[in-house]
Write a protein that binds this ligand. Structure first.
Ligand SMILES: Nc1nc2c(c(=O)[nH]1)N[C@@H](CN(C=O)c1ccc(C(=O)N[C@@H](CCC(=O)O)C(=O)O)cc1)CN2
Length: 297
C-alpha cells in the first residue's frame, strides 16, 4: 500500500478561507473585527519566523494583528503588566505568548496570567481543565489541527484505536482528550512504555509527538493506519546542510499507512490556521454570537 498524503497546506488554506468568510460576515453584520495580540520575548530565530507568519496570516484573513516584541531580558513584572493590559483591551480577542520564553521567565505563571477567554493557545489551566472534563474550552492549536485532519479523512473516529506517542501538556495530553471526546480508544505512549512497537502496531490512528527525528519506523505501522506526524526536527544531511524531518520515518511508514501527514507541509501549517480559527471563536464568544461551524472541536 502507498499512503494517501494528507496535505496540511491545502487544509490550512481551506481553514483560512473559512475564517476569512466569517470575519467578513462579522464586520458586515455586527461591525466587529477580531483582533489577535502576539507577544514575542527575545530573538529566537524560529520564533521570529512563526510570529511574522502569524501576523501576516492574521491580516490576510481580515483580522487586526497586534505584535509586541520585547527584549530578551524583559522582566516578568513587565511581561505580566503587558498581559494585563491586553486582557482588558476590548479590541483584543486573542492573546498568544510565543514559546519558548527565555529561561528567567516562568512559563506557567505567564500563561496563567492570560484571560482564559482570550487564551487562543488553550494552554491556561482553566482551558486544560475544561477540555479534560469535556466542556467548551479553547483547544490548543496543534491537537486541534490533528483532529480536524483526522475527522476530514475518516468521517467518524468512533471506536478506532488511537495511540498518541508523547505526553506533553501542549500536544500529547490534549490530543488524547480530543480523541477520547470523539470516542476513540486511546493509549498515551511515552519513553517508559513497554513494547512500544506492539502498542503502535495495534493502532488505527498514530499521532507521533515526541520530538525525536524519525523515531517511528514503518514496520511499527499497522497496514492502512492513519499517521499524523507532529514532529518538526531539523537534522544534518550527509552531503551538508540541514533538512526537516518528523518523528516518523516517512519513507517506510508511507508504504504501510493508509494516510500520512508529511513534514514539512503537514501539521505545521495547520497550527497557524487553527490559531486564526481560535481567535475567531474567542471573538464570537466574547460578543455572544454563534460559534463558527467546523472550526472548533
Ligand atoms: N505559544 C505557542 N508557541 C509555540 C507553538 C504554539 O502553538 N503556541 N508552537 C510551536 C511553533 N509554531 C507556532 O507557534 C509553529 C511551528 C511550525 C510551523 C510550521 O508551519 N512548520 C512548517 C515548517 C517550517 C520550517 O520550514 O521551519 C511545516 O511543518 O511545514 C508553524 C507554527 C512552538 N511554539
Amino acid at each position: 500500500m502507498t499512503a494517501q498524503i494528507i496535505d496540511g497546506k491545502a487544509f490550512a488554506a481551506d481553514v483560512r478561507a473559512k475564517v476569512a468568510t466569517q470575519v467578513a460576515r462579522l464586520k458586515e453584520e455586527h461591525g466587529i473585527t477580531p483582533g489577535l495580540a502576539v507577544v514575542l520575548v527575545g530573538e529566537d530565530p524560529a520564533s521570529q519566523v512563526y510570529v511574522r507568519s502569524k501576523g501576516k496570516q492574521t491580516v490576510e484573513v481580515g483580522m487586526n494583528s497586534y505584535e509586541h516584541r520585547l527584549d530578551a531580558d524583559t522582566s516578568e513584572a513587565d511581561l505580566l503588566a503587558l498581559i494585563d493590559q491586553l486582557n482588558t483591551d476590548p479590541a483584543v480577542h486573542g492573546i498568544l505568548v510565543q514559546l519558548p520564553l527565555p529561561g528567567h521567565l516562568n512559563e506557567d505563571l505567564v500563561i496563567n496570567a492570560i484571560d482564559p477567554a482570550k487564551d487562543v493557545d488553550g494552554f491556561h489551566i482553566s482551558n486544560v481543565g475544561l477540555l479534560g472534563t469535556g466542556q467548551k474550552s479553547m483547544v490548543p492549536c496543534t491537537p486541534l489541527s490533528c483532529l480536524m485532519m483526522l475527522r476530514a479523512h475518516h468521517g467518524s473516529l468512533s471506536g478506532l484505536d488511537a495511540v498518541v506517542i508523547g505526553r506533553s501538556n501542549i500536544v500529547g495530553k490534549p490530543m488524547a482528550q480530543l480523541l477520547l471526546g470523539d470516542s476513540c480508544t486511546v493509549t498515551i505512549a511515552h519513553s517508559r512504555t513497554k513494547n512500544l512497537p506492539d502498542v503502535v502496531r495495534r493502532a488505527d490512528i498514530v499521532v507521533a509527538a515526541v520530538g525525536r527525528p524519525e523515531m517511528v519506523p514503518g514496520d511499527w505501522i499497522k497496514e492502512g493506519a492513519t499517521v499524523i506526524d507532529v514532529g518538526i526536527n531539523r537534522i544534518e544531511k550527509p552531503e551538508g546542510g540541514t533538512r526537516l524531518v518528523g518523528d516518523v520515518d516517512f519513507a517506510s511508514a508511507s508504504l504501510r499507512a493508509g494516510a500520512i501527514t508529511p513534514v514539512p507541509g503537514g501539521v505545521g501549517p495547520m497550527t497557524i490556521a487553527c490559531l486564526l480559527a481560535n481567535t475567531l471563536t474567542a471573538c464570537c464568544r466574547a460578543n455572544g454570537l454563534a460559534e463558527p461551524e467546523g472550526l472548533t472541536a
